[in-house]
Design a protein around this ligand. Sequence first.
Ligand code: ZN
Length: 248
Amino acid sequence: MIQTMTPSSRIPVPPDGKARSLPMRPSKPPQRLRLSPTAFAKLLFFRDAGDCEVGGFGISAAEDLLYLEDVELVRQTCDVASVVFDDEAVADYFDRQVDAGRKVSQVGRIWVHTHPGSCPQPSAQDEETFARVFGKTDWSVMFILARDGQNYARLEFHVGPGGSLILPVEVDYEKPFPASDHAAWHKAYLANVQEIQWPRLLGEGISRDTVPHPELAEWPDFWDEVWEDRLFDSCQEESEGDFDDDDL
Ligand SMILES: [Zn+2]
């Protein structure tokens, strides 16, 4: 966070009129979204398990809400550019977490999802979902992990005047963390993620003009949205950060 100097925070000048140098004080470190290595590895696994966006909730440490200990999927339908959670599954998820003794602020403020391409910028659909689902909370974070380690995290405040802040993201190795469990993660993926298969065509260099299946040509709205709005327009700018997938 950038702190600006206001008139009331001028450096005081001693009576002799000569300013003395003040002792150096470490500035407050910027807010960061930190993931345990396990949470990060799990999200990478989900990202690479299929060809579509995969979404879930971040589970924060009780005393450190911007530190994700884990991520959890809920039942969802997804394609290459969107995720739709099943309402009942979301309700079940919250019941389970509260029964496990966690607070809602630990399990329902950080929306994580993956992008199958290398662009981590939120799509128009992502923004709509974030505003609709999380807009009534006091604060929330949208975190997107794309291919090649590109990522995007934005913290939003919904109280008072509100505001938002792009967060740097890092994997935090300092605390103890559990081992990876690919078998359990694969099981969770299969149990929760229902992929809509037809957008696979997007990854095969096929455009609106070379549609091999006549039925796809009848979906002009789909092509407009995916090609022009969701995938490319939002990624003209530089992405906000990147991880080296080989870090783990
Ligand atoms: Zn997205």
